[in-house]
Design a protein around this ligand. Structure first.
Ligand SMILES: Nc1nc2c(ncn2[C@@H]2O[C@H](COP(=O)(O)OP(=O)(O)OP(=O)(O)O)[C@@H](O)[C@H]2O)c(=O)[nH]1
Ligand SMILES: [Mg+2]
Length: 686
């Protein structure tokens, strides 16, 4: 591929609800542009983009693919991201480096939750966008009807720049509303507009031109005076409006049947900005809080937006260059890590294939092999002009599962594999829970973690099982009590003697466990006191109800006795432990459970259901704040009820809701729930 300057490079992300046809359209684009010689197919698992075995197996995209092609003197890096909500991390990575987006809408399913979501993301990021209504080859599609639905939802700024010729099986071509010409078949052979569609085309064109001229005072004036406006002027006006967000052009196509795809490529070149037109960056100057504007110049500014790792190729960092260029066998500065990175081999990417290159230039996307410390979200630049670009905001990883290796031999490997998997996927977190002694893997949803599990197996040959995480229950007492234990044995020779009296007091939640010595007058010799304490603290690791650790209890050693010959460390340790156990029995032990704070963001129409559901989860709604179309509900609920909340919320809101969660405090488990937990724990122990 020849070398392009930023003005002629477009990084275009394809976005949609899952299954709308992003991969099929991008595959057809690659074929039509001559990038591939064979047209692949999602259902057969033969596309360039869905190359990963998980993608082939499930017939869906899981990871982001970079698919460069050349079209009419422009290099377009197509960024095909997955539509399934669990893989939102990949979408966020790709959006961060895109200059424009194409939102794909399935002509049959129409607007879906995923469509609304990706629309919101592009609005938040001010990312210029086109819409394409896909699958127009399917029976019972209605382009004009779909346009009306889109306008109702997203506003009158969504305007067709095309009309389809024919419906369903008869869908044969496209009318371009700028040139008012028809284009038929795979090769877009130019034809006259069919007579039957002429009036409709004229009416749509009028609306389009009227909206487009708005961006330019001189054009509006001329338009109102009935003057001529050339096609190039209309295109320029639509382009400006698309960049500012005042128009979102709507296209028509069938990705699978290769109809309208070439015109969509033209549209990307005509209406979406290039890297050269959009790359002014607000960045943080390293070492200060100061933000400055960086315009592309000869100094390198690059951004790592994705990292992959496998045991054969090692680590690959996907990089977008904003300014200057990067060369193989050079050194660059990583201001996030404050280190110099050695650049070895550079690549361009094409799905799973990598081709070596010596240089990646401003505006373009490529990859670097084997960087030592650079992670996703880091900037690479020169040390002299060091700037830090904003990182990527990844979605909350709040669906948790405990991860264990399938076999003992894999146990050692898992410790090295999990950090590498996390490096590849910043929307995944792995943490050790010291209380339950489990490794907890947190992701966006169940599919996300299942895919991670598959990847660990396939890439690293390590079998893992995912389990519902254990809850870190605790035990405490409800009343102050006293307990005594005398450990006395006389079995010939040396005997054993230890005798302690303890007072156990309940303490406020969150106080922890305290041991106090109040022995006066040598009832127990000084050297045995630490041993009693040891016995008590060891015994508190497993309470009497169900073996959970004891907390929020103050234990006072206030009396005891000893034997001048038979007393020993072990005898006092046993006495301490046993006295504590008796005290816990007498102190009316209860279970404590972790309670979480959650903030749930849901559409206003869902708030009633969500609050009702929180109540059934033994939760408490603390407040609700409306925020536009959504509301934020603040609540508290026991963690045990929230383990699958990511999935519950998804089904209650059809995927529109989101939430964050954090530990708040421990609280007493109600009687009936407590009995269930104790029974289960006893069964597990047996
Ligand atoms: N009839 C028809 N089917 C299509 C068209 N485009 C895609 N499909 C089918 O729709 C299904 C999903 O297509 P994909 O291209 O995988 O959609 P996607 O948006 O990439 O899906 P995700 O990556 O999972 O979000 C596949 O079975 C395709 O064959 C089209 O234009 N017409
Ligand atoms: Mg796909």
């Amino acid at each position: 591929m020849k070398v392009y300057t930023a003005e002629n490079i477009r990084n275009i992300i394809f976005l949609s609800h899952y299954g709308a046809g992003k991969t099929s359209i991008t595959e057809t684009m690659l074929f039509n542009s001559g990038s591939t010689k064979r047209l692949g197919n999602v259902t057969e698992g033969t596309t360039v983009s869905d190359y990963d075995p998980s993608e082939v197996e499930h017939n869906m995209s899981v990871g982001l693919s970079i698919l460069p092609l050349e079209w009419k003197g422009t290099k377009i890096n197509l960024l095909d991201a997955p539509g399934y909500a669990d893989f939102l991390g990949e979408v966020k990575s790709a959006m961060r480096v895109s200059t424009g987006s194409v939102i794909v809408i399935d002509a049959i399913s129409g607007l879906e939750v995923g469509t609304e979501k990706v629309w919101e993301y592009t609005e938040l990021d001010n990312l210029p966008k086109l819409i394409v209504i896909n699958k127009l080859d399917r029976e019972n599609t209605d382009f004009a009807g779909s346009v009306e639905i889109i306008k109702t939802k997203f506003g009158a700024k969504c305007l067709p720049v095309q009309l389809p010729i024919g419906v369903g099986g008869e869908f044969k071509g496209i009318i371009d509303l700028i040139t008012m010409r028809g284009f038929e078949g795979t090769n877009s052979t130019e034809i006259d507009i069919p007579e039957s569609l002429l009036e409709q085309a004229q009416s749509f064109r009028e609306k389009l031109v009227e909206a487009a001229v708005e961006i330019d005072d001189e054009l509006v004036e001329r338009y109102l005076e009935g003057g001529d406006i050339s096609n190039d002027e209309v295109i320029m006006a639509i382009k400006k409006s698309t960049k500012s967000g005042s128009i979102v052009p709507i296209f028509a196509c069938s990705g699978l049947h290769n109809c309208g795809v070439n015109l969509l490529l033209n549209g990307i070149c005509d209406y979406l900005p290039s890297s050269g037109e959009i790359d002014v960056l607000k960045t943080v100057v390293s070492g200060s809080d100061e933000r400055s504007e960086v315009t592309p110049n000869s100094k390198l500014v690059g951004f790592v937006f994705k990292t992959t790792a496998d045991q054969f190729t090692g680590k690959i960092s996907y990089l977008r260059i904003y300014s200057g260029s990067i060369n193989s066998n050079s050194q660059v500065w990583n201001p996030n890590k404050n280190i110099t990175e050695r650049i070895g081999q550079l690549f361009t990417l094409f799905g799973k294939n990598q081709s070596s290159v010596d240089q990646i230039n401003a505006g373009d996307i490529g990859a670097i092999a084997k960087l030592s410390s650079t992670a996703t979200g880091d900037t690479l630049c020169t040390q002299e002009e060091s700037v830090v670009l904003d990182g990527i905001v990844f979605p909350e990883a709040n669906y948790n599962m405990a991860v264990e290796s399938k076999t003992k031999t894999d146990l050692d490997k898992i410790g090295t594999v999990l950090p590498r998997i996390c490096e590849e996927d910043p929307s995944l977190k792995v943490q050790r829970n010291s209380e339950t002694r489990e490794t907890i893997m947190s992701g966006i949803g169940d599919h996300h973690l299942e895919m991670v599990k598959e990847r660990i197996q396939r890439k690293f040959g390590v079998g893992v099982v995912l389990k519902t995480p254990k809850i870190a229950y605790k035990e405490t007492i409800s009343i102050t009590t006293k307990a005594e234990h005398k450990h006395k044995k006389q079995s010939g020779g040396h005997g054993q003697f230890g005798h302690v009296l303890l007072q156990l007091e309940p303490m406020p939640r969150g106080s922890g466990f305290e041991f106090v010595n109040k022995i006066v007058g040598g009832a127990i010799p000084k050297n045995y006191i630490p041993v009693v304490e040891k016995g008590v603290t060891e015994a508190k690791a497993a309470g009497v109800l169900a073996g959970f650790p004891v907390d929020d209890v103050k234990v006072t050693l206030y009396d005891g006795s000893f034997h001048p010959v038979d007393s020993s460390d072990i005898a006092f340790k046993i006495s301490g432990a046993q006295a504590l156990k008796k005290g816990l029995q007498l102190g009316q032990s209860v279970l404590l459970e972790p309670v979480m704070n959650i903030n749930v963001i849901v559409p206003n129409t869902n708030t009633g259901d969500i609050m009702g559901d929180i109540n059934t989860k033994r939760g408490r709604v603390l407040g609700m704040e409306p925020n536009g179309e959504n509301s934020v509900i603040q609540a508290q609920a026991p963690y045990s009820e929230l383990i699958k909340y990511a999935i519950d919320l998804k089904s209650m809101t059809q995927g529109r809701g989101s939430f964050n969660i954090e530990f708040s405090h421990y609280d007493e488990v109600p009687q009936h729930t407590s009995k269930k937990i104790i029974d289960e724990a006893t069964v597990e122990k047996d």
